[in-house]
Design a protein around this ligand. Structure first.
Ligand SMILES: [Fe+2]
Ligand SMILES: [Fe+2]
Length: 212
């Protein structure tokens, strides 16, 4: 499987795709390629002997949200599975295509049934690609696109909504190592949020504290 060819197809399909009203066009392309790389990183760390799944894992992760449209009525995993089948027919072997399309179909149905390792890896990489510095981008982008100010972004990290969302996403992870990675990313976001809040308020005390 030629990953450059897959990326070309992904760029043509998703570079201008509007998946959410409050996110930039092409979010799913960046998110898809980020999730694909993350999934390979997880596979190497968790299942070092299973490199033979890398090509199908990469393809499934790259296209996992290709069915996501802000104005869609069909469930995005189902739409994405169908669209990936069209996009990748003749590009990958028929058996690989079935694996890819099924992984896309179940990527958001976490904890619903036993899945393959490939499907677990994709599910975890998808969640991890929403946390850490990417989460800060999502937060700021949302605030800017909906006419909110900096304080709105800062307060989000102190909100019940953020805590609930974080708890839910963490509970949906399949591997304990994914939970560790998620927690590290969360702690970075919270550290950033604390400083952001202080800088928004014109404070320098965090600098003074660091000098002592
Ligand atoms: Fe999704
Ligand atoms: Fe996703």
């Amino acid at each position: 499987m030629d990953r450059e060819q897959l990326l070309d197809i992904a760029r043509r399909e998703m570079a201008q795709q509007v998946s959410h009203q409050e996110r930039e066009p092409g979010w799913v392309l960046r998110h898809g390629s980020g999730t694909a790389r993350l999934a390979l990183e997880l596979r190497k760390a968790l299942l070092p002997a299973d490199g033979d799944i890398d090509d199908t894992l990469y393809a499934a992760a790259l296209f996992h949200d290709c069915g996501k449209y802000a104005d869609a009525h069909q469930a995005h995993a189902q739409a994405g599975s169908q669209r990936a089948r069209q996009l990748l027919a003749g590009v990958v072997q028929a058996q690989e295509l079935d694996v890819i399309c099924h992984a896309i179909l179940v990527h958001d149905k976490r904890k619903a049934q036993p899945y393959t390792q490939l499907e677990y890896l994709l599910q975890d990489a998808d969640i991890l690609d929403h946390m850490g510095s990417i989460e800060i981008w999502l937060n700021f982008n949302y605030s800017a696109r909906t006419g909110r100010d900096a304080a709105f972004s800062a307060e989000f990290y102190e909100s019940r909504e953020f805590r609930d969302m974080t708890d839910m996403n963490r509970s949906l992870l399949n591997y304990s190592q994914s939970v560790i990675a998620f927690q590290e990313k969360l702690e970075f976001a919270l550290l950033f949020a604390e400083r952001f809040r202080r800088e928004c308020d014109g404070r320098l005390d965090y600098l003074v504290a660091h000098r002592q």
